[in-house]
Design a protein around this ligand. Structure first.
Ligand code: NAI
Length: 294
């Protein structure tokens, strides 16, 4: 089976390439051949990859900058995602679209399930929600996977930022009043590869729909930071103490949901795959980053 993933160097794309198996060949398709902001490039680039399944992972992910670049964010995350799904449909293959916890406003008590009402707080979340709708309209054979708090050995992410800051200072201030599920992109890749094998044989595509897929267990950003830095120290890397601050003390252009918890129970029920516990997954990524000094 050939799986084409959009974006060459994104965290999820790089993780899929690493986790590709003998029975699943992963091909990354990205700029300049496939540019989500240039819809005319999308079909030809995907057709050339000859996929059995398309994973739509590339996105405009600069959450704060999106507040100033609404048109570009929507062009990439909404229209572009829709075109990727449409191209997959023309090629007769399913699409797996990555989406986000930021489609919710965070006002719920407890973990969000797929049927909860969406209410994005910012442009990025709104553009990804519009992308979900465009994908569902363009290709009935779709999985929309909402994930959250993604980190990996690749690209830019919170874990790498904490390790960099710990090498520079003794104390790091981190918000303690936003809760969620840290998710390793390597685990997202494993889940996608697992689901892809099932989708290939699911001709009626009964499994189509929206799913939440995030790490097991929950924490807040400062708890995440503490765990990452304790693991770093254990592996001989930098350490710093973490000071809890409130979201109000760390103003950002885009508002973030206070509660980003996602229940991944539906994905586990339908596909028989459960995310590893977030602490162990984070330790594994820190261990790699320290060992190879990435
Ligand atoms: N990083 C996170 O914490 C979260 C990410 N997600 C979603 O998961 C998916 C994967 O995220 P990551 O791998 O972390 O993203 P990333 O930011 O690491 O990578 C995004 C990729 O998209 C590519 N890209 C950007 N604009 C493009 C364009 N016009 N044409 C083609 N490629 C373009 C970039 O070059 C990059 O390779 C995205 O759809 C994102 O919205 C969802 C929840 C949280």
């Amino acid at each position: 089976m050939r799986l084409a993933v959009t974006g060459h160097e994104g965290q999820v794309a790089a993780s899929l390439i690493e986790r590709g198996r003998d029975d699943v060949e992963v091909v990354a398709v990205g700029r300049p051949a496939l540019d989500l902001a240039r819809p005319e490039t999308i079909f030809a680039a995907l057709e050339a990859a000859r996929p059995d399944i398309v994973v739509s992972a590339a996105a405009y992910t600069a959450v704060d900058q999106a507040e100033d670049e609404k048109d570009l964010a929507f062009a990439i995350n909404a229209a572009g995602a829709g075109k990727v799904a449409e191209a997959a449909a023309r090629l007769g293959v399913p699409v797996i679209q990555l989406s986000t916890d930021y489609v919710f406003d965070g006002s719920k008590d407890g973990a969000y399930v797929e049927t909860d009402a969406t209410a994005p707080l910012g442009v990025y979340g709104a553009s990804k929600l519009a992308g979900e709708e465009a994908v569902a309209a363009a290709n009935p054979r779709h999985l929309i996977l909402r994930t959250a708090w993604v980190y990996s050995p690749f690209g830019r992410n919170f874990v790498k930022t904490m390790l960099r800051l710990a090498a520079e200072r003794h104390e790091i201030s981190v918000v303690a009043d936003q809760w969620g599920n840290p998710t390793s992109a390597l685990d997202i890749a494993d889940a996608i590869l697992h689901a892809a094998a099932i989708l290939r044989d699911d001709k009626s595509f009964a499994a189509s729909g929206v799913y939440h897929l995030a790490g097991s267990g929950e924490t807040n950003w400062s708890g995440f930071a503490r765990h990452v830095l304790d693991a770093s120290r254990a592996f001989g890397g930098p350490h710093a103490s973490v000071r809890d601050i409130a979201t109000a003390d760390y103003p950002t252009k885009a508002k973030r949901p206070a509660n980003s918890r996602l229940s991944s129970a539906k994905f586990a029920d339908v596909f028989g795959w459960r995310s590893p516990e977030w602490r162990a997954a984070a330790e594994e990524v820190v261990r790699r980053l320290e060992r190879f000094k990435i």
